[in-house]
Design a protein around this ligand. Structure first.
Ligand code: ADP
Ligand code: MG
Length: 317
């Protein structure tokens, strides 16, 4: 088994593979180049990226069809799909609120005043964005600030997986910042993934090990990226209907789906929905979802029917 690792999108990436005739250095160079390209397309942390330039021009392009790259259109389409089926929980136009709450490129940990939240909320809504995939064009009907952070990492994982496949690598695991895509097998068995138990202290502990086969796995949780003020926890996941960070008992949700892009976007959407509405969404859309929910001093777990179908009843896993 060959392994490479590096840094991208504010996280680490790890790739393992078996077979094929490519040298690790060649794979590493190709992956690094591709990741640099993807950042130049959809990073909001990179002022010169295609997405940042669109956001900067939002006022002047309002009402017009503007061309976008095929890669950007592909991410936007996945985001739109999950927006629709999650009844608005996932919304990439929430960007101004992400920034207001200090989880954008300019980080801070102050709670913004209510009137500022309301003012920005009025400008949020994916209904103001129309995609025309046939011609790779988009149109905003009011100036929007798009933030693809909830889906782009997963999309990049798939993209790197396809890159490996194009290089003749059929057995691999690609992981960026905890989002994973698996194809084939590793020597002596299946690729296995650990789902982390949320612990507040530094360090990680393993909650559950799964062997998902040719699938992707993405987790959304509120225990990694948040700030605390006056005893309250403010998550980096924003409820697009209220404009406020989510505040419920769901500590993390893990999705197992064929593509990492959809798993990543759905993980964010279900995280916004919370434990009860989240399980209902997973059932309605036949999604394999696994939740860790705060319960008194500890945690309890819950899984959707599709997850139990894949991995068996929770008690036996
Ligand atoms: P998580 O691990 O919680 O899913 P992601 O990295 O997938 O984290 O996505 C969280 C990021 O997505 C936030 O930092 C923010 O930039 C953006 N975001 C926050 N709330 C939403 C939302 N409701 N819909 C879409 N994007 C969001
Ligand atoms: Mg996500």
């Amino acid at each position: 088994m060959t392994k490479i690792a590096g840094q991208t999108m504010g996280s680490m990436y790890h790739i393992s593979w078996v077979g094929g005739d490519k040298q690790p250095s060649e794979v590493y160079e190709t992956v690094e180049q591709r990741l640099a390209h993807l950042i130049s397309v959809f990073s909001t942390y990179e002022p010169t990226s295609e997405l940042s330039q669109l956001n900067a021009r939002a006022a002047s392009i309002t009402g017009q069809w503007v061309p976008v790259s095929g890669d950007l259109m592909s991410v936007l389409r996945d985001a739109e799909k999950v927006h629709r089926y999650s009844i608005g929980r996932m919304d990439i136009t929430v960007g101004p609120l992400v920034n207001l709450w200090g989880f954008g490129p300019e980080a801070h940990d102050t709670v913004p005043p209510e009137d500022q939240v309301q003012a920005l909320l009025a400008g949020v809504g994916m209904r103001h964005l129309t995609l025309r995939p046939e011609t790779n064009e988009i149109r905003m009907d009011q100036p929007l600030y798009l933030d693809l952070s909830a889906v782009a990492k997963g999309w990049a994982v798939d993209d790197i997986g396809l890159l490996l496949e194009a290089m003749g690598i059929e057995n691999y695991l690609v992981e960026i910042g905890g989002e994973v895509r698996i194809r084939g097998r590793k020597p002596g068995g299946d690729w296995r993934i650990a789902i982390e138990r949320p612990v507040m202290e530094v360090g990680q502990s393993v909650q559950k090990i799964i062997a998902p086969g040719d699938m992707a796995v993405a987790t959304s949780g509120d225990y990694r990226n948040y700030f605390e003020k006056d005893g309250r926890r403010y998550s980096h996941t924003i409820d697009p209907t209220s404009g406020y960070p989510i505040n419920h008992r769901l500590a993390s949700v893990t999705l197992v789906m064929p593509t990492c892009s959809m798993a990543d976007a759905w993980a964010t959407a279900i995280n916004v929905a919370g434990p009860e509405a989240g399980i209902a969404l997973a059932e309605a859309n036949d999604l394999a979802a696994y939740m860790i929910i705060r319960d008194g001093e500890g945690y309890r777990e819950e899984a959707s029917s599709a997850f139990i179908k894949l991995f068996g009843p929770l008690a036996e896993q």
